[in-house]
Design a protein around this ligand. Sequence first.
Ligand SMILES: *[C@@H]1O[C@H](CO)[C@@H](O)[C@H](O)[C@H]1NC(C)=O
Ligand SMILES: *[C@@H]1O[C@H](CO)[C@@H](O)[C@H](O)[C@H]1NC(C)=O
Ligand SMILES: *[C@@H]1O[C@H](CO)[C@@H](O)[C@H](O)[C@H]1NC(C)=O
Length: 512
Amino acid sequence: MGTGGDSPPPLQLLLLFILTILRWNWRGAAGLGCNWGAISSHPLPADIAVGLLKDNGFDKVKLFEADSRALKALGRSGIQVMVGIPNEVLAPLAASVRAAEQWVAQNVSNYISRNGVDIRYVAVGNEPFLKSYSSMFQATTFPALQNIQAALIKAGLGRQVKVTVPLNADVYQSSNGLPSGGDFRTDIRSLMLSVIAFLRDNACPITINIYPFLSLHADPNFPIDYAFFSGPANPLVDGPIAYTNVFDANYDTLIWALERNGFTDLPVIVGEIGWPTDGDPNANANNARRFIQGLLDRISRRVGTPKRPALLPDIYLFALVDEDAKSVQPGNFERHWGVFYFDGAVKYPLVLTGGGSLVPAKGVRYLEPEWCVMSPAASLTDPRLGGSVEYACQYADCTSLGRGSTCGDLGARGNISYAFNQFYQTADQQKGACGFGNLSVVTRADPTEGVCRFEIMIDIRHHDESFSSSNGGTAAGGVQGMAAGIATTAAVATTAMVSLATWSSWFMARGF
Ligand SMILES: *[C@@H]1O[C@H](CO)[C@@H](O)[C@H](O)[C@H]1NC(C)=O
Ligand SMILES: *[C@@H]1O[C@H](CO)[C@@H](O)[C@H](O)[C@H]1NC(C)=O
Ligand SMILES: *[C@@H]1O[C@H](CO)[C@@H](O)[C@H](O)[C@H]1NC(C)=O
């Protein structure tokens, strides 16, 4: 025995101490996660993005696929990683344990041992049971989950790396419109119960994406204050509980659904939550700030939901930066979910959970400070204008031009200039990309008006480490399903990479 008589020997004390710390960390949730996607014509270089995460106190990150540049940049960063498996890859992983073992070897073990990446979770699929996918991924998700879990155990990572399935909140519903009526959607109920039992048996969490913005977007009669955390006059009363915001009500609907089916203490992760800043009248910096700040304040105060007041979920904001090549099928706001602009510039001020304020990305290199605008000499009645703007916006992102968006009040000339400039920048200011004949000119006078930003893109050719743009056109699996009931097409995101051959022949064919 040790020297301490009846008191526990030092080794046991140490162990107790370590366990206490681990437990505290699990519940601590002082940190915050962030989703990092790169469906972008000019993605932030991976090393700069990792710096941005660290500088802003994000200690967890979620990737939608095992992007090698992102993972390498995350090595020894102190940031915990959830690495995703795109839905399109589930079928082969479901069909073969061997394929799952290879996936884990190449995309998990490899980065942990060679690059020192702190991978904690593998997210199997991305909202695979979304109603709008019809049942496309229903047969493959669970077997893929089982195979990946088996592969992790075989690789000796069973304790360190947990599996989960990020689900859209449309996997549950309520029979009476109240959280206490929560249960899983009837068409996937038995599948959900199998998946959840498997997660429980392997000490893995369930991951859910919750979007109050989309509740508001989907229903013009939705009481707007209820989307935020500041409490409306008329709370939703559910037995002894008064719900003052839709996040709590939504989350607790899941907790009720779990409890109803016998799962009383399954850990929950909020895999995506955020608010876009453009592309819709409700998507603006004020609302985004109000929502995210409300969420951060709760995290700082360690306030849970009424059903789980003391057990805070890990939360991953959606998203780190804007992505200008995402499908706009859910709405124009889809390209504007970033807490930061595409280049890591700050959109709105926030007080972070650690008390600090947002810090912009460091070390970004930009293209020249020059813009492509409508020529002052060109006439608004020129018949070539319509087709030119349409062409520019087909390749470049013009989602800030709509009604209620940041560039919605530019007027006709401003509109056209905006479109021309987006095209020119997206084409990396290539010689000739401001080639709309005498309709357009290059200027060094910044045409930015009010809140409407005439962007200058990142100079990706002079950043060696830029992330993922190479998969530009195909973006296989990069599709990030989003909406409560709103589909993101399984189809490929439009690519904004403008090829010289394409646009120069278009200009030529029209006599530009
Ligand atoms: C690892 O992930 C990458 C990116 O998602 C994918 O292209 C590759 O096929 C994966 N490796 C294996 C062995 O499946
Ligand atoms: C500018 O473009 C937007 C979006 O295409 C359109 O709704 C608006 O009417 C245009 N404004 C003018 C003055 O042409
Ligand atoms: C621009 O070019 C068109 C077609 O080449 C021509 O008809 C028009 O006069 C030109 N306008 C100006 C202002 O130079």
